[in-house]
Design a protein around this ligand. Structure first.
Ligand SMILES: Nc1ncnc2c1ncn2[C@@H]1O[C@H](COP(=O)(O)OP(=O)(O)OP(=O)(O)O)[C@@H](O)[C@H]1O
Ligand SMILES: [Mg+2]
Length: 457
C-alpha cells in the first residue's frame, strides 16, 4: 500500500525538518512548504492525504490558506499548528473546516496521534461515501422470496430480447426498478432510459412530450423540441402509468408501436425510431378496456411479455431484508452511526400489510432514521405518517371479519362458477335467498371471470 502523503507548511526550517523526520519514521511521506503560496501550488500539483498548517506565516497566513484548501479540496483534512497568541485563531479555524489544531511547542506523541485519527476518519468517510453511492445508484432487486426469485429469472430471460414488456402491480411494488433493470441487462444499456409519466402530464401536452414539436407549432412552442420517443432512440422508453394515458395519445402511441414513423407536432418530416417499449400500470387494464378507457389493440401491442409484481404482503419473507437494507442506506446517507431494529420491531414490520408496499416501507425507515434518537429502533417507534402504528396483521382488530369475508368471497364465486353463473340455481344449491345472493354478488363485486379461484386473473 502506498504510504500517505502529508504536506507540512511552516516558515521555520527547523520545524519542517523535525516534522519530516517524525513523519517518515511513522511511515508517511512528507512534503514541505515554507509559505502558504508554496503550499497551494503543491496542492494543485499532487494528491495529498493531509495538511499540517502553521497559522502564522509570512504573506498569506494559515487561515487564508485553510480557506483556499477548503474550496479546492473540501475533503482534505487540515490540522492547524498554533504558536503563542494564536490559540483563539486555531479554535475558530476548526469552524472553517480544520480537523483539529495542535499547539507549539509540538508534542511528538500528540502530533502523531492527531494525524492518525484524522487520516482514519477520512478513510472511513471515503469508504462510507463510496458505499452510499453504490447503494443509491443500485438498481439491485432485493429479496429472496420465491416470488422475487421468479421475477428475477423472468427479467433475466426477457431483458436480452426486444420484446415489449408490460409491468403491472400495486403502488410502490418496484415496477420502475424492474423496468430499469430490464434496460440495464439488455443490449440497449448503452442507450438512454427515458421515462414518461403518462399520469402526470396534462392531456394537451402528452403528444408534444412523446413526439416533440416544431418551433411555432402551438402557442408556447418557442423552439423545436425532441419528444421522448426520439430521445429514447437506441434505448428504452418507459411508459409509466400507461393506464392513465388519454385515448387520443393511445391512438398515436399505437401507430408508433405498429411500426409507423411519426412526425413532431407541426412537423412534416417522418421520424422513425428504434426504441424498446416498457410500460407499467397499477390499474386493472382489463377493467379499463371494459369501460372504454383503454384501447384493447394497444393493450395487446404492449403486453408481449407480462410481468406481475406481487404486493409486499405476499412476499413478507423479504420485509426484514428490505427494512435492514433501507436502514443502512439512510444511516449512511445522513451520516449517522449505525442503528438496528429490535426483534419485535422486525417482527411487526414483517407482519404489517403495507398497502403502499416497498415505497411505504422505505419512507417509514427513512423517517425512523431521522426521528429516532437512540441506536435501536423499537416496536413502539413504528408509527405511520397518519399517526397509526405499524401493526402485526395477526393482531389487527377486525381481522376475523376480514378472514370471514375473504372466505365468503371465494366460496361464493366458486359456487357461481360451478353453476355457470346461474344465480337462481346457485342460490338453491347454497340454500340462500336469491335476493340475498344478489346482494352478496354486488357487495363483493363478483364477476364471471373471477369465478374459478375468486381471484382476478
Ligand atoms: N425488490 C426491491 N429491492 C430494493 N428496493 C426496491 C425493491 N422494490 C422496490 N424498491 C424501491 O422501492 C421504491 C419504489 O419502487 P418503484 O418506484 O420501482 O415502484 P413503482 O411500482 O414504480 O411505484 P409507483 O406505482 O408508486 O410508481 C424505490 O425506491 C425502489 O428503489
Ligand atoms: Mg413507478
Amino acid at each position: 500500500m502506498p504510504s500517505e502523503t502529508i504536506l507540512v507548511v511552516d516558515d521555520e526550517k527547523s520545524i519542517l525538518t523535525a516534522l519530516k523526520g517524525i513523519l517518515e519514521d511513522e511511515g508517511y511521506e512528507a512534503v514541505l512548504a515554507g509559505s502558504g503560496e508554496e503550499a497551494l501550488s503543491i496542492l494543485n500539483e499532487r494528491p495529498l492525504d493531509l495538511v499540517l498548517l502553521d497559522i502564522w506565516l509570512p504573506g498569506k497566513d494559515g487561515v487564508a490558506v485553510l480557506r483556499e484548501i477548503k474550496t479546492l479540496n473540501p475533503g482534505l483534512p487540515v490540522i492547524m499548528m498554533s504558536g503563542h497568541g494564536t490559540i483563539e485563531t486555531a479554535v475558530s479555524s476548526t469552524k472553517l473546516g480544520a480537523y483539529d489544531f495542535i499547539e507549539k511547542p509540538l508534542s511528538l506523541e500528540k502530533t502523531v496521534l492527531v494525524i492518525r485519527h484524522a487520516l482514519e476518519q477520512n478513510r472511513l468517510h471515503h469508504e462510507n461515501e463510496a458505499l452510499r453511492r453504490r447503494m443509491e445508484e443500485s438498481v439491485e432487486i432485493l429479496g429472496s422470496s420465491p416470488a422475487i426469485l421468479e421475477l428475477k429469472g423472468q427479467i433475466a430471460r426477457a431483458a436480452p430480447s426486444q420484446g415489449r414488456v408490460l409491468i403491472t402491480g400495486e403502488n410502490g411494488t418496484g415496477k420502475e426498478l424492474i423496468a430499469r433493470s430490464i434496460h440495464l441487462l439488455s443490449p440497449r444499456r448503452g442507450g438512454a432510459f427515458v421515462e414518461v409519466n403518462c399520469a402526470a402530464i396534462p392531456e394537451e401536452l402528452i403528444e408534444s412530450e412523446l413526439f416533440g414539436h416544431e418551433r411555432g407549432a402551438f402557442t408556447g412552442a418557442i423552439s423545436r423540441r425532441q419528444g421522448k420517443f426520439e430521445l429514447a432512440n437506441g434505448g428504452t422508453i418507459f411508459l409509466d402509468e400507461v393506464g392513465d394515458m388519454s385515448i387520443k395519445a393511445q391512438a398515436k402511441v399505437l401507430r408508433v408501436l405498429e411500426g409507423h414513423p411519426f412526425e413532431r407536432i407541426g412537423g412534416t418530416q417522418p421520424i422513425a425510431v428504434d426504441t424498446r417499449v416498457i410500460a407499467a400500470t397499477n390499474k386493472d387494464l382489463g377493467e379499463r378496456i371494459g369501460s372504454g378507457q383503454f384501447r384493447e389493440d394497444l393493450y395487446y401491442r404492449l403486453n408481449v411479455i407480462p410481468f406481475c409484481v406481487p404486493p409486499l404482503r405476499e412476499r413478507s419473507g423479504d420485509i426484514r431484508l428490505l427494512a435492514e437494507h433501507f436502514l443502512k442506506l439512510f444511516t449512511l446517507q445522513t451520516g449517522q452511526k449505525a442503528k438496528k431494529f429490535s426483534d419485535e420491531a422486525l417482527r411487526r414490520l414483517s407482519l404489517h400489510r403495507w398497502p403502499g408496499n416497498i415505497r411505504e416501507l422505505k419512507n417509514l425507515v427513512e423517517r425512523l432514521v431521522i426521528m429516532v434518537p437512540g441506536d435501536v429502533i423499537g416496536a413502539d417507534d413504528l408509527m405511520l405518517p397518519g399517526g397509526s402504528a405499524v401493526i402485526a396483521e395477526e393482531s389487527r382488530p377486525g381481522s376475523y371479519r376480514e378472514a370471514r369475508l375473504a372466505f365468503e368471497k371465494v366460496f361464493l364465486s366458486k359456487a357461481l362458477g360451478r353453476n355457470g353463473w346461474n344465480v337462481t340455481q346457485t342460490a338453491r344449491e347454497l340454500q340462500l335467498e336469491r335476493s340475498h345472493l344478489h346482494k352478496k354478488i354486488k357487495f363483493f363485486g363478483l364477476q364471471p371471470r373471477q369465478a374459478v379461484e375468486g381471484r382476478e386473473s
